[in-house]
Ligand binder design. Structure first.
Ligand code: MN
Ligand code: MN
Length: 258
């Protein structure tokens, strides 16, 4: 198997409402390695493997340094799991991936479609990464799951960029398509119902259960080349329960990448 690099991106400067997500990577690792659970996925794959290499956390001062760091790690034939950070980090990460892969499909799990052309005057806001990705042609296909906050502007953007949206209001996970190209997964922790994941900046009720997202990940039948887990905000968490959910998702996604 290829090596899998873990990179933590300490960045929440483009979070429009609350800061705190920059402290997430450390908290997710602490939850994973605190001894509360074992290192096996539900499908009995151990993530204690010499091919999984944790490069630690990166303090970001310039937004596009995220692309440079990702490029450095992508130089060899590796997969990358990124721990964010607010959701703005996904655009520079995908930009780096797009140099290496001519076609990428993206599975984006989120309460929000993050398709704003700009937000508060910032085209790189955490509300806009998927507008930048699709506008630049950095993904062949974008499938969004868990969405429950569309407005007329974002619906127009979704049509413009041909985004396939599976909204919460009529969700049927059996209709998620098969992916043909190498797949990148972007998991926003606010996709979960706040009952499962209170540690996020934007509480949006009516969301996914932990089991639904685990099921979705476990049933992917495509080559996963990269993933990110974003928007965990430790300052909003209750008894670290969102950290433990993020750690569980980290484990399941790593297992799937292997
Ligand atoms: Mn998001
Ligand atoms: Mn979100």
């Amino acid at each position: 198997m290829n090596e899998i690099i873990i990179q933590g991106i300490k960045f929440d400067e483009k979070s429009s409402y609350q800061k705190g997500a920059k402290h997430a990577p450390k908290k997710i690792r602490e939850a994973l390695y605190c001894g509360s659970g074992n290192m096996f996925t539900e499908n009995l794959i151990s993530i204690e493997n010499s091919k999984i290499i944790d490069r630690g956390d990166f303090e970001i001062s310039e937004y596009f340094d995220i692309e440079k760091i990702t490029n450095t790690h992508l130089r060899s034939d590796v997969k990358i799991l990124t721990l964010g950070g607010d959701h703005s980090i996904t655009f520079p990460v995908i930009k780096a991936f797009s140099r290496k892969y001519s076609s990428i499909d993206i599975l984006h799990i989120d309460a929000h479609s993050d398709l704003y052309d700009h937000y508060d005057g910032d085209q790189y806001s955490h509300a806009s990464p998927f507008a930048r990705i699709m506008e630049g042609g950095f993904a062949s296909k974008l499938v969004q799951v868990g969405i429950r906050t569309l407005n007329p502007h974002q619906l127009k953007q979704a049509e413009k960029y041909n985004v396939e949206i599976h909204q919460m209001k009529n969700l049927d996970l059996s209709t998620i398509p098969k992916f043909k190209n190498p797949l990148y997964i972007s998991l926003d922790m606010d996709s979960f119902d706040p009952a499962f994941a209170p540690g996020v900046s934007h509480h949006e009720p009516g969301g996914l259960t932990s089991r639904q997202v685990i099921h979705l990940i476990q049933n992917i039948d495509a080559k996963i080349i990269g993933a990110d887990i974003v928007e965990y905000n430790p300052e909003r968490d209750f008894k670290n329960m969102t950290a433990f959910l993020a750690a569980k998702m980290m484990k399941e996604i790593l297992g799937k990448m292997m």
